[in-house]
Design a protein around this ligand. Structure first.
Ligand code: PGA
Length: 250
């Protein structure tokens, strides 16, 4: 890794309750090192914990994000949904959009595009998830799939300063399997090249997600074209999460 800030995003998915907040005390302490070692910690807990998380971390170096959002900016008759402006008002700065678990539930590229637009309008930073299935990889369609997901998600969007591209191969999420580091390096290079051609003079921020843990981070950290990691399962225990961050520097 180079001298830039490295982002560690904890995606808690549908896990966690009020008691889980106690585990944050150690992370809050640890976050004091973030300026010195140039890392940023972002927690994306379930909606039910956003408010409590915000109160807990607001004076620390930890930022807050939501795991999804409705595409309507403010409010409306959408039972069970949360809007970008609600997320912003609760104190979150980030939002994950287009996670493959939601795409699998029927979220289309069109809806993802609407969500990205509304979230940017709400001045949230978008963590846009993209990634291919195992079948697509085997058919050598990875680049084509990524290109299509990005082009559709960004339709009509002029600037990408507030977008993080989270490359998450679907076959790697929750499976314990990560891509070979040299192949991942090439895929990330491809993404950087494609995005910076599309957005001249931009420096696209790309993070990797899929089975990151405190062991494989020791290989992943050598990918100097990455800006960070999106971590699911291994982020739920404070010790694991802290270990991942530590081991990516030591
Ligand atoms: P995982 O999840 O780290 O448990 O594989 C990553 C993600 O889905 O964002």
């Amino acid at each position: 890794m180079t001298n830039k800030y490295i982002y560690f995003v904890a995606n808690w998915k549908m896990f966690g309750n009020i008691n889980s907040l106690n585990s944050l005390n150690n992370v809050i302490k640890f976050s004091k090192l973030s300026k010195k070692f140039k890392f940023k910690l972002i927690y994306c807990p379930p909606y039910t914990l956003l408010n409590l998380f915000f109160k807990k971390v607001k004076k620390s170096n930890i930022s807050l994000g939501a795991q999804n959002s409705h595409y309507i900016f403010d409010s409306g008759a959408h039972t069970g949904s949360i809007s970008p402006s609600m997320i912003k008002k609760i104190g979150a700065e980030y939002v994950i959009i287009g996670h493959s678990e939601n795409r699998a539930g029927g979220e289309s590229n069109f809806i993802i595009n609407q969500k990205v637009k509304s979230c940017l309008k709400a001045k949230l930073k978008v963590i846009l998830c993209i990634g291919e299935s195992l079948k697509q990889r085997k058919m050598k369609l990875t680049n084509k799939v990524l290109k299509n997901q990005i082009s559709k998600a960004l339709e009509g969007i002029k600037r990408i300063d507030n977008i993080f591209f989270a490359y998450e191969p679907i076959w790697s999420i929750g499976t314990g399997i990560i891509p070979k580091v040299d192949i991942l390096q090439k895929d990330v290079e491809y993404l950087k090249e494609f995005i910076s051609k599309k957005y001249k003079n931009s420096r696209p921020k790309i993070i990797y997600g899929g089975s990151v843990n405190s062991k494989n981070i020791q290989d992943l950290r050598y990918l100097n074209n990455l800006d960070g990691f999106l971590i699911g399962g291994a982020s739920q225990k404070a010790k694991n999460f802290i270990d991942i961050v530590k081991k990516s520097f030591i």
